[in-house]
Design a protein around this ligand. Structure first.
Ligand code: SF4
Ligand code: SF4
Length: 191
């Protein structure tokens, strides 16, 4: 499969993104099925394309003018995050956990309040260098095996302009392709 340069314009307007996400719901699920079953690209190559698109889109979107993930999502934390942030606010992990953390019924720990208590009014993170791993990894587009994580990522389409635009570019890049009859590509396991 030849590589194409993607020059489609970036969509930043959140109302437009939310509208398109609703309008495109069926198309998005069809595209997911196509990528799962018929896109003639290995998982490794697909992950590379996703990372390239992510880098390109991220350069053109200013997270400081958005901040939606910090304002709207529950931030998962682990014990290492808690220990690091506790040192920062000069408390013990136990005290930090009592003040800032809730534990879900499945044992997952997350910051108790939404928006995140460390978000500043100008959308900067007051603990940026110490932020939880889940914040560093969000929106999870650089992680391996995009193919098996598409359903999870689609949940963030209307929330995160980076996810929306990367997905939109992938659709543009691959949707003109037709499934290759008799392709020997190994299908990934169902997520
Ligand atoms: S929601 Fe996406 S674009 Fe907005 S601040 Fe978070 S990562 Fe950046
Ligand atoms: S810790 Fe920082 S990056 Fe993470 S949600 Fe809070 S403000 Fe955002």
């Amino acid at each position: 499969m030849t590589k194409q340069t993607n020059t489609s314009p970036i969509i930043r307007d959140i109302k437009q993104i939310e509208r398109y996400t609703v309008q495109n719901a069926t198309q998005d699920m069809q595209f997911r099925t196509f990528v799962l079953r018929d896109l003639p690209l290995s998982n490794t190559l697909l992950d590379e394309r996703v990372r390239e698109e992510t880098q390109s889109v991220w350069r053109q979107i200013d997270c400081l003018s958005c901040g939606r993930c910090c304002r709207k999502l529950q931030v998962v934390v682990d014990d290492a995050d808690i220990a690091r942030l506790a040192r920062h606010v000069m408390s013990s992990p136990r005290q930090f956990q009592a003040k800032y953390v809730r534990v879900a019924s499945d044992g997952t720990k997350h910051l108790a309040s939404i928006p995140c208590p460390f978000l500043q009014p100008d959308n900067r993170c007051s603990v940026y260098d110490l932020r939880p791993k889940s914040c560093r990894d969000f929106p999870y587009l650089n992680e391996a095996n995009f193919r098996s994580r598409m359903l999870f990522l689609l949940d963030y389409l209307s929330l995160c302009p980076i996810v929306f635009n990367v997905w939109d570019r992938l659709k543009r890049q691959f949707s003109v392709r037709r499934p290759i009859k008799g392709s020997t590509q190994k299908r990934p396991p169902k997520p």
